[in-house]
Design a binder for this molecule. Structure first.
Ligand code: URA
Length: 227
């Protein structure tokens, strides 16, 4: 792929801006400045620098963010900054979108991609991608509540019950809940429906992905494996 095109696909601006960056000597590969926008480069495993900042080539982009509390998933946030502000400019520029949403006060694994088909596959109710939530509840979690969550509870917007794929107690007031769908405030409403209350919520897993213990809140990384 031509070097200017590489920059364009990776979110470094309009085609003419990318060609200008290369021509101005801002781009290095393997420590060597390449100032010909038309130079052909192999994209497999490519790492390049723009103004001294290293970037690795990914097409499409799939990244995971450790969402901190206090950020909104909306494109037009109303009360808190957007999760998009935690991503570097090239990812925002190439149009990555959050895969589903987490509430402002929920922490944990949030995916972003610019691959529309992947967003569809991961969010479509037909595909049942399991998500694991770690819940801190207000009251002790009883075996009866766990059973109820597993067998299905009725939420206020739909008469059809929603059941957790799994519900395991992890402590007196904590549980891990695995859900296949992602309805509005689903975990909080399920906990309320069984007579408890969700005090803190963290998503630890999404499909085959687990949030790495060493990824700090606010940090992101490329997802290389299947989801
Ligand atoms: N369920 C909720 O209630 N909130 C979230 O952020 C995610 C799942």
């Amino acid at each position: 792929m031509r070097l200017a095109q590489v920059l364009f696909t990776q979110g470094f601006g309009a085609r003419r801006v990318c060609a200008g960056l290369v021509a101005a000597g801002a781009v290095r590969i393997g420590g060597r400045v390449i100032d010909d926008p038309g130079e052909e480069v192999a994209t497999e495993g490519l790492v390049f620098e723009v103004d001294g900042v290293a970037w690795s080539f990914h097409l499409p982009a799939v990244v995971m963010l450790h969402k901190p509390a206090g950020y909104e998933c909306s494109q037009k946030p109303r009360h808190h900054p957007s999760v998009m502000s935690l991503l570097p400019a090239p990812l925002r520029q190439r149009g990555v979108q959050a895969v589903g949403r987490l509430d402002e006060d929920t922490t944990g694994l949030l995916l972003f991609t610019d691959d529309g088909q992947l967003i569809h596959r991961l969010t479509s109710p037909k595909h049942h991608v399991p998500k694991v939530y770690q819940v801190v509840a207000k009251h002790p979690v009883s075996e009866e509540q766990l059973q109820w969550l597993r067998s299905g509870v009725v939420l206020d917007d739909d008469p059809a019950p929603v059941a957790a794929l799994a519900a395991e107690r992890t402590g007196e007031r904590t549980l891990a809940l695995t859900l296949a769908e992602g309805r509005y405030h689903q975990v909080k409403r399920m906990l309320a429906a069984v007579g408890n209350r969700c005090e803190r919520l963290h998503r630890s897993n999404f499909g085959a992905l687990a949030l790495p213990a060493d990824l700090p809140a606010g940090g992101w990384l490329w997802v290389e494996q299947p989801i």
